[in-house]
Design a binder for this molecule. Sequence first.
Ligand code: PAF
Length: 283
Amino acid sequence: MIVTDSEQRISDICAGWRKDGLTVGFVPTMGAFHKGHLSLVEIAAASSARVVVSIFVNPTQFGPDEDLDRYPVALEEDCRLLEELDVSAVFTPRVDVVYPEDFSTGVYVTGISEGLCGSVRPGHFNGVTTVCAVLFGIIKPDLAVFGMKDAQQLAVIRQMVSDLRMGIDIVAAPIVREPDGLAMSSRNQYLSADERKQACLISTGLEAALSLFQTGERNCELLRNAFLDTLKDAPKLRAQYVETVDPDTMLGVEIIENPVLLVVAVFAGKTRLIDNILIEPEV
Ligand code: PAF
């Protein structure tokens, strides 16, 4: 497994593979791996001849009061975990490689990126789309894998890749959960013991909404309330948003006729966690 911080080297390696007719799967990450990340890598490996993982804590997607300074970094351990998987190369660029001094371009996806996380984290998705466009330009992958926990990010990336005719197949990876249901996230390590204990109610609440749907309820307000009811006795949890949206457009839905995503952002103490569940009527 090659580990490099050189843009030229990774770009040459990927170009060589493409020239040899080998497909390149790409997993962009910010490191501090958990099983969710490793599942993205496995999905990429299952459908491409070579897998490249990038590890880059992208400063432009963090707001001024967010956790950039304390975002977990574990480069050595991350590379050790990747060694055990079918990864050909790891790209670990420095900030000034991704954003040289004269860097002047931003990629902005309107609409999809504006509600939900976009409205409470202004500029966040512009940072995500810009860095992904840069990384895609360097790696030129055939496919790239993104986790469904970040459902809005996935929809925004799909829109960018389609609008800019990037020709990359965007593959969605299912959410990986802890045994008690908490969606895996690098930010879970910020949680205190009490917060961690209560945080599992986020997935319990999503399941409660799904169960209500399965009894025949189609009114989204009642599903959202079922989620909120589950958090009632958890003093460490505070919902930031609870929305029912179309999975492709991220626009609000009130009555379920087609697949709907129940998407939530919840503070456990000071740590912001996101999660979602797909609610699919039978066709
Ligand atoms: O999902 C993430 O970890 C990041 O948003 C990504 C896609 C690696 C871009 O920095």
